[in-house]
Design a protein around this ligand. Sequence first.
Ligand code: C5P
Length: 218
Amino acid sequence: SRQLVVAVDGPSGSGKSTISRRVAQALDARYLDTGAMYRAVTYAVLRDGVDLHDPDKITAVAETAVLEIGTDPTGPYIKVDGAGVDREIRGPEVTRAVSAVSAVPAVRAILVAQQRAIIATAPRIVVEGRDIGTVVAPDADLKVYLTASADERARRRSSENAASQAATAADLERRDKLDSTRAADPLRQAEDAVVLDTTALGIDEVVELLQRMLEKVT
Ligand code: C5P
């Protein structure tokens, strides 16, 4: 049977991860979190003490760091140079630095190539990120662009970590601005993406909606 690729893009806190995982489960498909890959490279950049204003050194780290991304019985995992970094990549240091690293065009080229190689080997896959429908998988069977109000996104994110809602709102705003204004593959809607505002929708409702859309394209 034919390959199935679902692209899920949108800003932080739009519900991308939860919804992508649930849709992947429902489809018995692989799930690829491309944000985790940018975060893992950022972890290696900070580990090596590289200056965030030095794109050549950042690129050198991205070229040599060995990323392993997959799923084991306990869920998705990511390793950098053999070390598990699932907890570290969600911490404040990586979150603060990731937009600077992901704005370097050569870093994007390296990770996009790795992402396409992973997608090519999967019979069915749900891929989440910022540029999946526009750059990584422009031929995806279904492209979804998730949004939510700024308040709702900050509320969701601050319930996931210890930071206050105000600090989280400020961080989200800063990151979204950097991600959508950078020159290389900025966050934007693909023209053929289905746009879903999840502010007032429950997770189950969104997952059901996407499943119904998928029945039409498969
Ligand atoms: O999705 P998540 O919030 O974990 O992504 C972390 C960061 O990685 C984003 O803020 C963005 O800078 C970068 N990213 C990207 N392209 C992707 C996925 C993530 O630039 N496809």
